[in-house]
Write a protein that binds this ligand. Structure first.
Ligand SMILES: [Zn+2]
Ligand SMILES: [Zn+2]
Length: 149
């Protein structure tokens, strides 16, 4: 049985549905780029294989270099500006969905914090979960995981 979750940008031009049973993990990212992109203290993202998310509407992408040298593509609605998902160009099979765009995110669980070194005092990381000072090495794990997709 597919456990379907739906989400959308603020204006509704972009919408999606995903299989919530296939979400790999959830993370708070406190990196400076996520802070700028969200205008907030952090981005909360869910990792999921692209094949388990169905996106309606055309996202516009902004590309920048991540700290690990990868190229991060941040997808947003060109009408309302909501950030919906991003991915690393080198690992396009995995997308990072912005949890705040889900219609109902009550089922979401967060596994760890990324880039706690750039977290702000006014938005301290939740230390009851795993913390990475910078870029987590889980990307290497995901590359291995990818072989099964
Ligand atoms: Zn929109
Ligand atoms: Zn980030």
């Amino acid at each position: 049985m597919n456990n379907k979750a739906t989400g959308k940008c603020q204006c509704g031009k972009i919408s999606y549905s995903l299989n919530q049973d296939k979400v790999i993990s959830g993370h708070h990212c406190h990196c400076k780029d996520c802070q700028r992109a969200t205008g907030s203290g952090k981005a909360t993202i869910l990792f999921i294989a692209r094949k388990y998310i169905d996106i309606k509407g055309d996202l516009k992408y902004f590309e920048s270099k991540g700290s690990s040298g990868s190229t991060v593509r941040r997808g947003f609605c060109d009408n309302c500006g909501s950030g919906v998902l991003s991915y690393a160009k080198e690992i396009p099979h995995i997308v990072y969905v912005k949890a705040g765009t889900l219609d109902d995110s009550s089922w979401v669980t967060i596994d760890s914090n990324f880039f706690t070194k750039s977290a702000n005092d006014w938005n301290r990381p939740d230390t009851s979960i795993k913390c990475f000072e910078g870029n987590p090495s889980i990307m290497a794990g995901i590359k291995t995981l990818l072989k099964s997709f």
